[in-house]
Ligand binder design. Structure first.
Ligand code: AMP
Ligand code: MG
Length: 325
């Protein structure tokens, strides 16, 4: 079975081709800026501009002809409406053109399902991306959110901090590079509430520290990373204990951070759990995870009619009826 996956929830437009669970190609093109962050209309314009180029490259890399595709899977939500609409329209057009079934995938669940490529069977997902920060696991017939950010996503918070330092968007990789140059920890607010986290106070506090000009950039980057990664791994560990699960999967662009990966491995080792870290291309927003989840959903009998294929910008993880496990 050949699945074509499409991702377009935020800054990344992606197309992937999969033969059953095997990824044949996974191509992305992401919107970036020097200043200003991610403006929804501009980001959607970017997706319109690159969509056919990304599709052609994905087909060429996979050595697949478009007419041989069996399923079209797209990210239906949650995400930015402007961006989701481009991916959904693209998916509908292909479905009509090829007369092939359409499957709508929840983006957050896809981040968990891609952990199957690494061998994860029943994990806790620590999903640390730009807009989303959630702890997700399968329990009682659904994927449920056991903990999440009460305000910003961790990546958006890092990007906001990076913007204040003039590091460009996305700022995560630049923050990581600077953090490596320091071991001088400056205390920051540490905000964990049960299995939830909050970043607003940290963001205000560190912006004041930037404005005071008393601190070195490197020290702030290092301290911010140490603080927020410890918070995330604390809540992930609590969820693992609560759900009695012994597997952790990382997801989201922030999980590309080598210090974050290292801390996750230490936590898992200490509690005798397995730590599954997908390749970076599957941590960031990507279409392979959408294709893989769409394939699993289709095999279990799920597909959408045209009238059901509207976008779901606010879809919650536990809104999704799961019958493919
Ligand atoms: P996503 O929304 O999952 O594609 O992730 C994008 C977010 O990941 C952005 O906020 C980036 O700043 C962040 N990010 C990417 N690479 C890194 C890194 N090496 N360290 C920390 N954050 C990162
Ligand atoms: Mg994501």
């Amino acid at each position: 079975m050949l699945t074509l996956g499409i991702e377009s929830t935020a800054h990344t437009f992606g197309v992937a081709l999969l033969k059953d669970m095997k990824v044949l190609s996974n191509i992305t093109d992401s919107y970036t800026t020097k200043t200003g962050g991610m403006i929804p209309a501009k980001t959607a314009e970017h997706h319109v501009k690159v969509c056919d180029k990304v599709l052609s490259k994905a087909l060429k890399t996979a050595k697949i002809k478009l007419e041989n595709v069996d399923i079209i899977a797209f990210s239906q939500g949650p995400g930015i409406g402007h961006c989701l609409r481009i991916g959904a329209a693209f998916a509908r057009s292909l479905s009509l053109l090829l007369n092939k079934p359409l499957v709508g995938v929840n983006h957050c669940i896809a981040h968990l399902e891609i952990g199957r490529l690494e061998g994860a069977k029943d994990p806790i997902l620590l999903y640390a991306s730009g807009a989303n920060t959630q702890i997700i696991a399968y329990e009682g017939g659904k994927y449920r959110i056991f903990g999440e950010t009460l305000d910003n996503g961790v990546g958006n918070m890092l990007d906001g901090f990076g913007r204040a330092l003039g590091l460009g968007f996305p700022a995560g990789p630049a923050i990581e590079k600077l953090a490596k140059k320091s071991k001088n920890y400056i205390e920051l607010p540490y905000v964990v509430k049960g299995m939830d986290v909050s970043f607003g106070g940290i963001q205000t506090n560190i912006k004041q520290k930037i404005l005071s000009k008393k601190y070195k950039k490197e020290d702030l980057c290092y301290s911010l990373q140490e603080t927020v990664f410890a918070m995330l791994l604390e809540v992930a560990e609590r969820a693992m204990a609560h759900c009695e699960k012994s597997e952790l999967v990382l997801g989201g662009g922030v999980a590309c951070n080598t210090r974050f990966k290292e801390m996750a491995k230490i936590m898992c080792k200490e509690r005798n759990a397995k730590c599954f870290i997908p390749e970076n291309q599957y941590l960031v927003d990507n279409a392979a995870m959408i294709g893989l989840t769409g394939y699993l959903m289709f095999k279990s009998g799920l597909q959408l009619s045209m009238s059901q294929s509207h976008i779901l910008p606010y879809e919650r993880t536990d809104d999704v009826v799961v019958n493919w496990r």
